[in-house]
Design a protein around this ligand. Structure first.
Ligand SMILES: O=C(CO)[C@H](O)[C@H](O)COP(=O)(O)O
Length: 219
């Protein structure tokens, strides 16, 4: 199956989690989630409102007629569905390839259930092959980059990219991630870091993984 079909398959499988009425749900960002958003009209009668992790997803959701709300207008969410750049066997993730990591981490923390949707190419034994995105306040970018060198990484500035929050991103290559929770905490302590793309403390509750033949494995 081609990559887009795999994304569509796993997005279709995620529709089963819209299993209640009047749901207020979180929806993430990226090409896999775009497939989900395009399928979401199938379960529209179950969804009262959606909190979106990016301006891009908001526009797509609104084009399908969904009621998109700010997280400040809702309580905690029953369900959050999002993709990932990497996923290990414990449902710990690297996210932020699309640059929406901060809103994604907030929505994941505010959601009772976090379902991650990926294809098998995102599965790894050890996180860190995918460069770890860090959202930084612009004035702290070089300082944070130097601290990441001390932690053994090679930072690359994602030039020309501004997050929906008005910040910048550095992508950290060649990091050895021995303990994802510890590293997530360590990076969060660096002044100027807004968010890092390790989702190890609040990891996914379930990951749905599209296999090459299109079948779905639940982890
Ligand atoms: O974290 C993300 C955006 O910030 C995405 O979930 C991640 O980049 C995966 O995207 P895609 O489904 O396009 O591979």
């Amino acid at each position: 199956m081609n990559p887009e079909q795999l994304k569509q398959n796993v997005a279709q499988a995620a529709l089963a989690y819209f299993n209640d009425y009047d749901m207020v749900v979180g929806i993430g960002t990226g090409s896999t989630v775009n497939q989900l958003i395009d399928l979401l009209p199938q379960v529209k009668n179950r969804i009262e409102a959606v909190v979106s992790s990016s301006e891009e997803s908001t526009q797509r959701l609104e084009s399908h007629g969904f009621n998109v709300k700010e997280l400040n207008q809702t309580g905690d969410l029953s369900l959050y569905i999002d993709g990932a750049d990497e996923c290990d066997a414990h449902n710990r993730l690297i996210k932020g390839g699309g640059g929406a990591l901060t809103r994604e981490k907030i929505i994941a923390a505010a959601s009772k259930q976090f379902i991650c949707i990926v294809d098998a190419s995102k599965q790894v034994d050890v996180l860190g092959k995918f460069p770890l995105p860090i959202e930084v306040l612009p004035m702290a970018r070089s300082f944070v980059a130097r601290q990441m060198v001390k932690l053994g990484g090679q930072p690359i500035y994602r030039e020309g990219f501004i997050t929906d929050n008005g910040n910048q991103i550095i992508d950290i290559h060649n990091l050895k991630i021995l303990d994802p929770v510890e590293l997530e905490n360590t990076i969060n302590q660096i002044p100027g870091v807004v968010t890092n793309g390790l989702f190890a403390q609040r990891k996914a509750d379930v990951t749905l993984i599209a296999q090459r033949d299109g079948s779905i494995v639940k982890q």
